[in-house]
Write a protein that binds this ligand. Structure first.
Ligand SMILES: Nc1ncnc2c1ncn2[C@@H]1O[C@H](COP(=O)(O)OP(=O)(O)OP(=O)(O)O)[C@@H](O)[C@H]1O
Length: 501
């Protein structure tokens, strides 16, 4: 891609971007939130028209004005939200819209055979007759890749492909990517997880404010391999350090407590405590029950067994409205489905939980609304050209910051954050952690749910590791390590437990 230009109204997003992808390589496209990565790839994938610049494949200029034309050129874009139909099987999904037909008869056997060939090319042991709803998240990604290959894709663009996958699932996808790379398929890998970039990518391009600021090979041909820190420095333009982030504090008494909290098939006999001003981490593998547990504490699931106590008194939290009234706020795991209201502006999304506070008699005070929103736009450094534009006009990471702002706006005494830094760049992650630390100093209790052990270890005072719906063990900050968390999360036992036993 050469000299790519793109503006949205008067906001110029791409300023003459050059991007080169080699055959059979996995190339990381990196940069802070809102820097133009998805926009650049939307242009390559024919989703958006460009204002200027040219695109070449094997040195030959090509025209792409629609996803269909991109597919004809062998370019496939796998978006963050997968587009499979759960109620169809794998081969039906692969051939959706391009079914093999003989007259009016659909060639089911042929389609299943072709699908089986593609899956075996990817060395995946899956029957093409498996229903998509029965697949786990990584196999769904696999089917998306298979669909790209079916269309003879030579270039596969993956936008944050590992955001909702477990470590084991991520390794599974990486193995498939490596084997396809050997066969000459190239990948563009957009990600904020720099450890994964170092592990899987051969080359990188870093963008800042719509321009390329660095590019090169990850391995550096025999010289020292580029580090996560080097990449982060290119992205934010300065050294990032987590050293001064965590501050030891005097915590208050127990604010929230659960006694044998249970929900069928989700979690059971949960006895936990949360202190005033504490940052509590809850971790495990995807499907360990933590999201369901805290969604219940926030009133999303009215039927539960056991007790929830606030300040030592039992409270029945059968609705989210009740949770709000008790001073609990919540950032849900899946931003697109549960975090944002797609039809509303950035401003109205942020104001939703605080409409009562913004009221002047019968009306919403636009002045109060603007003041509150401006405060959080600045505090969280949300990149937005006009706060009255649709929330969808924000980049993924900035949408996530807006969801956080929404949760903070109600000035809660407890804030529950499920996967709070999904899609958020390294610099912004540090800003968000610092905000959590500040809140805790002011006495707010914070619960961070995350499967990223690093995230949990950076900010949390205390950690619960969950496995298969139960709390496997509580770890203090000083004893917790990534290894211990992984052992417990996968159902293992620590050496001190075996000794006691
Ligand atoms: N449809 C649109 N209308 C208006 N502005 C848009 C639109 N799509 C993107 N933008 C703006 O373009 C800029 C770049 O967005 P883009 O999604 O490309 O960023 P990104 O680098 O992919 O960020 P992230 O890492 O957060 O996903 C952002 O400021 C965003 O607000």
């Amino acid at each position: 891609m050469k000299g790519i230009e793109k503006s949205f109204d008067r906001n110029q997003v791409l300023h003459g971007v050059d991007f080169t992808l080699k055959k059979g390589s996995i190339h990381a496209l990196l940069g802070e939130n809102g820097t133009g990565k998805t926009t650049l790839m939307n242009i390559l994938g024919g989703v958006l028209p460009r204002d200027g610049g040219r695109v070449f494949i094997h040195g030959e200029e090509i025209t792409i004005t629609s996803p269909h034309m991109a597919a004809e050129q062998g370019i496939a874009f796998i978006h963050q939200e997968l587009t499979l139909v759960n109620d169809m099987n794998i081969y039906e999904n692969l051939f959706l819209g391009c079914e093999i037909k003989h007259g009016i008869v659909v060639g089911r056997k042929e389609m299943a055979k072709k699908a089986a060939e593609i899956l075996s090319l990817m060395q995946v042991n899956l029957s093409p007759h498996t229903m998509v709803r029965d697949l786990n998240a990584s196999y769904k990604q696999v089917v998306e890749i298979a669909r790209a290959l079916m269309k003879n894709a030579r270039v596969i663009i993956m936008d944050e492909p590992t955001a909702s996958l477990t470590d084991v699932e991520i390794e599974h996808i990486f193995t498939i990517m490596r084997s396809l790379k050997e066969k000459g398929v190239s990948f563009i890998f957009i990600s904020h997880k720099l450890n994964e970039v170092i592990e899987i990518c051969d080359a990188y391009t870093v963008m800042r404010d719509g321009r390329v600021v660095a590019s090169g090979s990850i391995d550096n041909s025999g010289q020292e391999k580029i580090s996560e820190n080097d990449l982060a420095k290119h992205m934010v333009g300065k050294e990032l350090s987590y050293d001064d982030l965590y501050v030891q504090r005097e915590l208050g008494g127990v604010l929230l407590e659960t006694k044998n909290l249970s929900r069928e098939n989700e979690f059971h006999d949960i006895n936990l405590t949360l202190h005033k001003g504490e940052i509590l981490g809850v971790t495990g593998l995807l499907g360990d029950g933590r999201s369901e547990l805290f969604a219940t504490i926030f009133g999303c699931n009215p039927k539960y067994g056991g007790k929830i106590l606030l300040n030592g008194k039992e409270v029945k939290i059968h609705s989210t409205r009740k949770a709000h009234r008790l001073g609990i706020s919540y950032v849900p795991r899946n931003r697109k489905e549960n975090g944002i209201v797609k039809d509303l502006s950035v401003s109205h999304n942020m104001s939703l939980p605080i409409l009562e506070k913004l009221r002047n008699f019968l009306f919403i005070s636009r002045k109060k609304e603007r003041q509150s929103n401006e405060y959080y736009v600045n505090a969280l450094n949300i990149k937005v050209s006009d706060i009255n534009n649709s929330i969808l006009s924000l980049s993924g990471g900035n949408q996530q910051k807006a969801v956080l702002a929404k949760a903070l706006g109600s000035l809660p005494q407890i804030i529950i954050l499920d996967n709070p830094t999904q899609g958020v760049d390294v610099g912004a992650k540090l800003e968000i952690y610092s905000i959590l630390m500040e809140l805790s100093k002011q006495g707010v209790s914070v619960v961070v749910l995350s499967s990223e052990a690093q995230e949990i270890l950076r900010v949390c005072d205390r950690i619960y590791v969950m496995c298969e719906g139960e709390i496997r063990r509580e770890l203090s900050r000083s004893e917790a390590t990534e290894e211990k968390i992984m052992v417990l999360a996968t159902g293992g036992t620590l050496s001190d437990e075996t000794q006691t036993a």
